[in-house]
Design a protein around this ligand. Structure first.
Ligand code: BEZ
Length: 252
């Protein structure tokens, strides 16, 4: 992951990351005794939910502050700092679960190669992350605000938001059999009047890393003002999330 994470801000203001994940957990349907990898586990809330269903689970995340917080909150579980592009497991897994993590890694061919190597034959991948068109309104508002303030061109996006065909094709090239994939809009509520501002400061600092603090102070309110007609509804901020959800198997 490329953003310097603030595990406290993540924990306090962005709990929707794991609270909206029951659907994905239902797709995983972990069974007692299964060995499950939670790939990009963040602060570990979903890792715990998987363990609650009787599976033996390991959580990995590239960010040491996230893993430290996960281990503090769930000391009985196993968490390891590891990069999804290079990880190995102590033994092959029955399932890999990944929520809201894969879009941080452009090198998805490497990740898919590691995932299939980490699964038992017949093992499954159940993943959800940002899909094609994700947060298009937020990104357009940042671009428009930079342009309006004459702050130069829009820095490249750090995120991987693939179409169904791009991602399932990539999985198939690595040997997965894709059983299910969908791309769907999931408008996501952001907490409080500063919801969008907090989201930007948590996730999008890359888009103003080249600017002075004064320029950033001018930019952020402008981004918020531009996005407001589209993303502030019924006294609530909404991020225009669009997710890709996938179930794929390693052949027997
Ligand atoms: C997402 O969950 O879709 C997301 C989160 C942070 C940055 C970009 C996308």
């Amino acid at each position: 992951m490329q953003n310097p994470w603030d595990a406290n801000l993540y924990q306090e203001k962005h709990s929707f990351v794991w609270q909206l994940s029951d659907d994905l957990l239902n797709l995983l349907a972990p069974q007692p005794g299964e060995y499950v990898l939670d790939l990009g586990c963040g602060t570990g809330q979903l890792t715990q939910k998987i363990a609650d269903q009787g599976a033996s689970v390991i959580g990995i995340d590239a960010d040491p502050t996230m893993i430290a917080e996960a281990q503090r909150q769930f000391p009985q579980l196993t968490f390891v700092v590891a990069d999804a592009r290079h990880f190995t497991l102590p033994s092959p897994a029955d399932a890999i679960f990944s929520n809201a993590a894969l879009h941080w890694i452009p090198e998805q061919t490497d990740v898919a190669a590691r995932m299939i190597a980490a699964l038992k034959p017949g093992g499954r991948l159940v993943a959800e992350f940002g899909g094609y068109g994700n947060i298009a309104t937020v990104l357009a508002a940042i671009a428009q605000a930079r342009q309006a303030l004459d702050l130069g061109s829009f820095p490249a996006s750090p995120w991987y938001f693939p179409s169904i065909s791009a991602y399932t094709g990539l999985l198939e090239e690595q040997g997965f059999e894709v059983q299910f994939a969908r791309l769907y809009d999931r408008p996501t509520p952001l907490q409080g009047e500063d919801g969008l501002l907090n989201w930007l400061q948590m996730f999008a600092t890359r888009f103003w890393a080249d600017l002075s603090s004064q320029q950033v102070q001018d930019l952020l309110p402008k981004v918020v003002a531009i996005a407001r007609p589209d993303l502030y509804k019924d006294n609530q901020w909404w991020a225009d999330y669009r997710r890709i959800q996938v179930i794929a198997y390693k052949s027997l």
